[in-house]
Design a protein around this ligand. Structure first.
Ligand code: ZN
Length: 191
C-alpha cells in the first residue's frame, strides 16, 4: 500500500460536519458583510455588527436585559404555556409547531413580559419574540401582555412594549382574535 492510500484510509481526517473543534453557536456570520463574529462580543454590541454597523435581529429576553438596569428584570406570566384547544392542523399539527418553536427558541411562547428598573425607575415591559411563530399573538401572548398592563396600572408605572409581531395566531382561531379585545381593553383602562 502506498503512503498516499494509507493517508486516504484515515491517516488524515478533514475537519467538517459537527467535529469542527469550535463549540456550535460560538461564531455568528454577519448577514450583511459576511464577517465571522464572536457571539459573546456580538451580544455585548447588542447584535450590531462591529465591522459594518448592520443591525441583526435580537431576541426578546436579550432585548429586555439590555434595556433594563442589570439584574432588575422580574418575569410576569413566565410559567404560562400554550395549549392546542382546537386540535388545529394545517401542514403540521399546531401542537408540533409549538414544541418545535419552544425547542428552537427556548421560550414557552412569543412574548416575554415583566417588570424592572430603568435608571432606577420602576416600569413594566413586554417584548415580542419573532422567532417564535412570527411573534404571533395567541392566548398566552395576550394574557402575558394583559398581566403586564394590569401590573403597570396597579403600580402607576409606564408600560413599554417592543413590538415585533406578524399578527394573530391563526392556529388558535377565535381564542387568538379575542386577545385583541382583551389587550385593547387593558390599554384603554390605563389611558
Ligand atoms: Zn457586518
Amino acid at each position: 500500500m502506498s503512503w498516499l492510500n494509507k493517508l486516504k484510509l484515515g491517516g488524515i481526517r478533514t475537519q467538517g460536519g459537527s467535529k469542527r473543534g469550535v463549540p456550535e453557536g460560538l461564531w455568528e456570520k454577519c448577514e450583511n458583510c459576511g464577517a465571522a463574529l464572536y457571539a459573546p462580543e456580538l451580544d455585548q454590541h447588542q447584535h450590531v455588527c462591529p465591522k459594518c454597523d448592520h443591525h441583526m435581529p435580537i431576541g426578546a429576553r436579550e432585548r429586555l436585559n439590555h434595556f433594563l438596569d442589570a439584574g432588575s428584570f422580574e418575569e410576569i406570566g413566565g410559567d404560562l404555556g400554550p395549549v392546542d384547544a382546537l386540535k388545529f392542523r394545517d401542514q403540521k399539527k399546531y401542537a408540533d409547531r409549538i414544541k418545535a418553536s419552544q425547542k428552537a427558541v427556548g421560550e414557552l411562547d412569543a412574548l416575554v413580559a415583566g417588570r424592572g428598573l430603568l435608571k432606577g425607575q420602576p416600569l413594566c415591559v413586554a417584548a415580542f419574540e419573532f422567532r417564535f411563530m412570527g411573534g404571533s399573538m395567541g392566548s398566552v401572548v395576550g394574557e402575558r401582555f394583559t398581566l403586564a398592563a394590569e401590573r403597570a396600572l396597579a403600580e402607576r408605572s409606564a408600560l413599554v412594549c417592543f413590538s415585533a409581531t406578524g399578527g394573530a395566531r391563526m392556529q388558535e382561531g377565535l381564542f387568538s382574535l379575542m386577545q385583541m379585545a382583551k389587550t385593547s381593553a387593558a390599554i384603554a383602562r390605563a389611558a
